[in-house]
Design a binder for this molecule. Structure first.
Ligand code: SF4
Length: 305
């Protein structure tokens, strides 16, 4: 992929999504949450008001160019280093893509704005929407997600439930578990009860295997996560690994690596797996001064400075 794209990244090979072209429509790191576990670091712009943060026409022009020059991906995913539903023209962008390609559109959202009917309406054209729910009441919500002023757990849950009723596509839900904060079975039972009310098609359990915003955030052991899956209905699936499969090496270069670690800190082995190359092919790129390392779980993770 041409590194001159500002708003598009990838396509990134993913075990669940295949080759996913990412679209990032919020500046780093504009979000309605400041989750303690965020792998992009602390939120610098904590807001719940929507805006046209990046010029709509420029994003459309990049999409047109990508469709013309490459156009091969299994899905187009709104993701990145912030909350995509904060982008005020998200619905128009989804319509723009849908009018030009049959590639499925996926939106990864924290769900905070779904209590607004207009935001729910904009997402109806997507094929898959993935939301998150990692708390069970207002206190746990404030502690884990640290939302923008005025956002409440009650509204988050009500918004996700309302969206389920209206959305004809696949609704996935991610629960992020942190040891010592929301991963005791009793706490997870309460989260599972809230999730049951949303009625997602799939439930994913994640944990802090990659460096989080707050240093004290501890991952849940894999075996424990597997056990906790059974508390959810439908049974949850653990996704707490670097969810990528070997893909085509393509033209591997530092800009591709930067595009990926800017949004997902990764080890050399994970990057190699992501790009479908030997680890030795990745190592020389990792000396780039724009990268820094962080040790976690006995592994060295690379991320942007
Ligand atoms: S994990 Fe997602 S929702 Fe939470 S702060 Fe990071 S980007 Fe925002």
């Amino acid at each position: 992929m041409n590194s001159s794209y500002k708003y598009l990244f990838g396509p990134v090979p993913s075990r669940r999504l295949g080759r996913s072209l990412g679209i990032d429509v919020t500046p780093f790191k504009t979000c309605s949450f400041d989750c303690v576990f965020c792998q992009c670091g602390c939120t610098t712009k904590l807001i719940s008001e929507r805006g046209e943060f990046v010029p709509f026409e420029e994003v459309c022009a990049e999409l047109e160019r990508w469709l013309r020059e490459d156009g091969k991906a299994d899905c187009i995913t709104f993701a990145g280093s912030g909350e995509p539903t904060l982008y005020s023209r998200l619905g128009e962008l989804i319509d723009f893509i849908k009018a030009r390609t049959a590639i499925p559109v996926i939106v990864l959202s924290n769900g905070t704005l779904l209590h607004r009917p207009a935001v729910r309406g904009e997402l109806l054209q997507a094929d898959i929407v993935k939301v998150s729910l990692s708390a069970w009441d207002e206190a746990s919500f404030q502690k884990i997600n640290r939302p923008a002023l005025g956002l409440m757990f009650e509204n988050l849950l009500a918004g996700e439930c309302a969206f389920r009723k209206e959305f004809p596509g696949e609704l996935w839900l991610e629960v992020f578990l942190i040891e010592g904060i929301n991963a005791d079975p009793e706490q997870v039972r309460k989260i599972a009860a809230a999730v049951a009310g949303v009625r997602p098609d799939k439930i994913h359990l994640n944990t802090a295997v990659r460096p989080p915003a707050e240093a004290g955030v501890q991952p849940v052991a894999k075996e424990k996560l597997e056990t906790l899956c059974g508390l959810f209905s439908p049974r949850a699936e653990v996704i707490a690994t670097f969810s990528v499969a070997a893909g085509s090496a393509g033209e591997l270069g530092i800009e591709k690596v930067m595009d990926l670690v800017r949004r997902h800190p990764a080890t050399a082995a994970q990057l190699a797996q992501s790009f479908g190359v030997e680890t030795a092919a990745i190592l020389p790129l990792l000396d780039d001064p724009r990268l820094q390392t962080e040790a976690r779980g006995g592994e060295t993770y690379y991320k942007c400075r």
